[in-house]
Design a protein around this ligand. Structure first.
Ligand SMILES: Cc1ncc(COP(=O)(O)O)c(C=O)c1O
Length: 396
């Protein structure tokens, strides 16, 4: 019997290269010059980099000078926190949230170790930050507020425009980690009023190892990576020309495909949610009911461990994740699910299903059927919360 087509439903971890991106990158491989060289080969590479910068900038309403390319979304986020060190000591407090990606949480924790006061906003049961708590924490000492546009695990979209206005009223700067939002929903730096915004190519069908940071003109900044004059002196290092070309082609394709895809994925997500609710007693859904990324579905099962479900789905040829990709393999409950108030056992019984551009109705049906088989018949890891590894250590 033919093996059924494998189904990839982990698009929040990373996305496959768009075929047009692969083509553009393959062509760019012919251009080998260093963009900083003044000869013909160098000029060719410079042209590729600067044309790509314009495309990427335009996608979020920025000017090309306001975009610096980085090696990842994580680097872009770290660069923002590092920039805080250039602020006067009297204005150095940070406010962020308890549900940020680990790269933001660890960058903030590092500054806390250096003596910078850091406050963490709580979120409600849908993952939205409490704006009244933000209001009470904002002061003349607040330098930076960092709130993600959309959460990678539960998909909740924050009211970042409103948050930015609140920050600016107190003279503070606003950063948003838009790594999961860009390419899935419209994001415009001017509509938000962002001072810094981070994003990453591999979440939008571009290559891995290339990200970008938007820095509004005139906003304080200091390089995280010192070296040459590249990226307007904001990041040393010879540019990743091929990655940058791939990033801009991915953005071009998003411009063409994103709106239709969002409608389709929202429909698929609704269908999958309804099927799970019908077939699996006790399944509960995490995240905001409406302000949510179109293709992200986070579900908790009362009778099974997330790792065991993930493993069983993998054996059935279906890729999903538990928690965020960076923390999968860990047996600790996801910090995001804990922050929205799930008890540890329920958080450990959760999986994230993230749909993407090639997801089909058949994928949705097969996934619902596989989940029904796996969760309802086998009672995998019914000892949820015991702390024991339910899948023979394979999840470590
Ligand atoms: C919300 C969020 N921020 C930042 C990152 C890190 O991006 P990168 O993988 O490009 O370092 C991720 C990746 O999972 C993410 O989901």
């Amino acid at each position: 019997m033919d093996k059924p087509r494998s189904i990839y439903l982990d698009h929040n971890a990373t996305t496959p290269l768009h075929p047009e991106v692969k083509k553009a990158m393959t062509e760019a491989m012919e251009v080998f010059g260093n963009p900083s060289s003044f000869h013909e080969a160098g000029r060719q590479a410079r042209e590729l980099v600067e044309n790509s910068r314009r495309v990427v900038a335009d996608f979020i309403g920025a000017t090309h000078e306001e975009i610096m390319f980085t090696g990842s979304g994580s680097e872009a986020n770290n660069a923002v926190f590092n920039a805080l060190l250039s602020q006067p000591a009297a204005r150095r407090e940070i406010i962020t949230t308890s549900i940020e990606h680990p790269c933001v949480l660890r960058a903030a924790a590092h500054l806390a170790e250096l003596g910078v006061p850091v406050h963490y906003l709580d979120v409600d049961e849908t993952g939205k930050v409490y704006l009244d708590q933000l209001e009470s924490l904002l002061s003349d000492a607040t330098a930076l507020i960092s709130v993600m546009t959309a959460n990678n695990e539960i998909g909740t979209i924050q009211d970042v425009g409103r948050i930015a206005r609140m920050c600016h009223e107190r003279g503070a700067l606003f950063h948003t980690d838009a790594v999961q939002a860009i390419g899935k929903i419209p994001v415009n730096v001017n509509e938000i009023g962002a001072d810094y915004l981070s994003f990453s190519a591999h979440k939008l069908y571009g290559p891995k190892g290339i990200g970008a940071l938007y820095v509004r003109q005139g906003t304080p900044f200091q390089p995280l990576i010192r070296g040459g004059h590249q990226e307007h002196g904001r990041r040393g290092g010879t540019e990743n020309t091929i990655g940058i070309v791939g990033f801009s082609k991915a953005v071009e394709m998003r411009k063409a495909e994103m709106a239709e895809e969002a409608t389709r994925l929202a429909m698929f997500k609704r269908a999958l949610k309804e099927a799970i609710a019908r077939i699996i007693p006790g399944a509960t859904f995490n995240g905001h009911p409406t302000d949510s990324l179109p293709g992200t579905l986070n579900v908790s099962f009362a009778q099974a461990r997330g790792e065991a479900v993930q493993l069983a789905l993998d054996l059935a040829g279906i890729a999903v994740s538990t928690g965020s990709a960076c923390s999968s393999g860990s047996l600790d409950p996801s910090h995001v699910l804990v922050a929205i108030g799930l008890p540890a056992a329920q958080a450990l019984g959760s999986i994230r299903i993230s749909l993407g551009r090639t997801t089909t109705p058949d994928d949705i049906e097969r996934t619902a059927q596989a989940l029904a088989r796996i969760v309802t018949r086998t009672h995998l890891g019914a000892s949820a919360g015991s702390g024991d590894c339910c899948c023979g250590g394979q999840c470590g």
